[in-house]
Design a protein around this ligand. Sequence first.
Ligand code: KIV
Length: 273
Amino acid sequence: MSTYTVTDPRKVTTKRVQTMKQQGEKIAMITSYDYTMASLVDQAGIDMVLVGDSASNVMQGNATTIPITIDDMIVYGRTVVRAVKRAMVLVDMPFGTYQGDPMEAQRNAVRIMQETGADGVKLEGGQLMCQAIKMIMRAGIPVCGHLGLTPQSINQFGSFVTRATEDAEAQQLIEDAKALEAAGCFAVVLEKIPAALATRVTKMLHVPTIGIGAGAGTDGQVLVAHDMLGLNMSFKPKFLRIYNNLGEQIIDSVGNYINDVKNSDFPNENEQY
Ligand code: KIV
């Protein structure tokens, strides 16, 4: 049914995504937060599923990713893992669960892994997070980094504008990317930074980069499923490609259902016992 044909049906692992970088095969990642959507994106042949803390926005209606809790992320993560057979599943560590004591970061990552069954975690930040990353990795947990527009820092940034457009911030991002790789991250998400910088970082690192609003030069791409399927109709940034208009289709379909109920057209004699 999918327009994409999976060539390797085996479960995607950290090793596999690293081989994909080496062989120049692009990595496709998408978000999911529930069983039905996760099952569908897995059947489509996606390589990686991110249980992103963007669930705070698209599932919970919050303006930022700050309010979502580790308990929420565990519920979303567990339902996604239950559905996915082939893709690698990563769960975002939410705001406040890893930025302080590295031991606490490890405990929270262990909890996410134990209670969801995910294949790894993702967290935001560069050099300052390396102690936490090393401690999490000491428990045998794969960690994906996340640089650029890191939404958990929105209150420091003040807006969702493109990051690292100035030399000093671009240089810092390069140092952060090197530090994440040295700390052991198996991949790094690059969000909303200039394409030329993302390409430079991608060439510099041995581990794959996965971009969102970071141009075509990264090793992979990630999009929020609700955005690219047109479910989130108010979010249309320049970097987003919208592949469907499911939001409009749902409103249309439910409207038809309401009309049918109101007109006593549903159910008909074939739809009853
Ligand atoms: O939470 C999320 O969906 C993310 C992606 C946008 C990378 O972190």
